[in-house]
Write a protein that binds this ligand. Structure first.
Ligand code: TYM
Length: 354
């Protein structure tokens, strides 16, 4: 029996951080033994926000090396670059004919990135009208590119082209996945076909993963400047963790835990043993906790995960021929599937030879 297909990708907009690792990459490594896995580097998606060609190119190489260094075995899982599969661009165009601009404009990540691109804040009244006014009516020479708006179409196509059943992602991508299912359902019912599978997110735990940042609030993200990167040098990493935001400490036994401290506990839960986590939780509960000790422990436990990845990444980056071979094999697999899907979709939509 053929195995279910798993697909996921990461944008090459810099190096990978712990959020990417626990939300996505570590799951890729676990899934490769049991599924037909395809993992890619979403360079076309990166173009929606990055404009520096050399940085993009370097980042694609870096992400590939980090995929391999983290343990993706290219003999088991296909690794490819999105732009090496040109069928995706045509499918993206065709799928856009079935996607509404309203539903795209309502996507949380679009609102967020569009405001960032224009350098405007979320207003108190974050209504649809206020947003439209800001985006369309912005009297500025900055603009929100159309690629950003249609980002979810391309992401849907990445998944649907491969006929993927499972998509391992972090919590922030769940809305995109919901749109993917909607587009698949809409296409199937519009043409009365069963062309696309409705994919689901893959989580190993009962909760989707959201890795917090070191700045006391929110999630770890490149644009938030609160990241621990997989290739951070130990000295840099320790310094970042030691500087993480904390509070004045519990004033009485069993005090509620503030957000910055809850975030440090979440990071410890991801990287440390349950015994150590419990030890610090008990120390918090009886007010004997010392945040310095907590941070030292956290830094050392993170380093146990990241240090081998950092070292292997440096080695892999030296081997251009190997990296090219990995991508060529991955592209062959991804293209074979995507071209079959494209052929079917063209036929279904009426693009046929006369
Ligand atoms: P990207 O590049 O922003 O992030 C890559 C993966 O890392 C996860 N992630 C996190 N998970 C938990 N906590 C965090 N703080 C955190 N930060 C990032 C993301 O959830 C994601 O899984 N749109 C995608 C790329 C993409 C894609 C696809 C993914 C394009 N096409 C098709 C899956 C399938 C993105 O921007 O991810």
């Amino acid at each position: 029996m053929s195995k279910d297909i798993v697909l996921s990708g990461i944008r090459p907009t810099g190096n990978l951080h712990l959020g990417n690792y626990y939300g996505a990459l570590s799951k890729f490594v676990k899934l490769q033994n049991d599924y037909d896995c395809r993992f890619f580097i979403a360079d076309l998606h990166a173009l929606t926000t990055s404009t520096d060609p050399d940085a993009l190119h370097q980042s694609v190489r870096g992400i590939l090396a980090q995929y391999l260094a983290a343990g993706i075995d290219p003999e088991k899982a296909a690794i490819f670059v999105q732009s090496d599969v040109p069928e995706l661009s045509e499918l993206y165009l065709l799928m856009n004919m079935h996607v509404g601009i309203g539903e795209l404009m309502r996507t949380a990540s679009f609102k967020d990135k569009a405001r960032k691109a224009l350098g405007i804040k979320t207003p108190e009244n974050d209504s649809e009208e206020a947003f439209e006014q800001q985006i369309i009516g912005a009297s500025t020479n900055k603009r929100v590119n159309a690629g950003l708006l249609t980002y979810p179409t391309l992401m849907a196509v990445d998944i649907l082209a491969q006929k993927a059943r499972w998509v391992p992602v972090g919590k922030d991508q769940l809305q995109h996945l919901e749109l993917t299912r909607r587009f698949a359902r809409r296409f199937n019912s519009f043409y009365g076909v069963e062309e696309f599978i409705e994919p689901e997110d893959f989580q190993f735990t009962d909760k989707p993963v959201k890795v917090p940042g070191l700045d006391g609030s929110g999630k770890m993200g490149k644009s938030e400047g609160n990241c621990v990167y997989l290739i951070d040098e130990p000295k840099v990493l320790r310094k970042k963790v030691m500087r993480a935001v904390t509070d004045e400490g519990p004033q009485e036994p069993n005090s509620p835990v503030s957000e910055p401290i809850a975030n440090l506990f979440s990071l410890l839960e991801l990287t440390s043993t349950p015994e150590i986590v419990q030890q610090f939780k008990d120390a918090y509960a009886d007010c004997s906790i010392r945040y310095g000790d907590l941070k030292k422990q956290l830094a050392e436990d993170i380093l146990k995960v990241t240090d081998p990845i950092r070292e292997r990444t440096a080695e892999i980056l030296k081997d251009e021929a190997y990296m090219r071979k990995v991508l060529a094999r991955g592209a062959d697999i991804a293209r074979a599937q995507a071209s079959e899907t494209l052929r079917e979709v063209r036929h279904i939509m009426g693009i046929r030879k006369i």
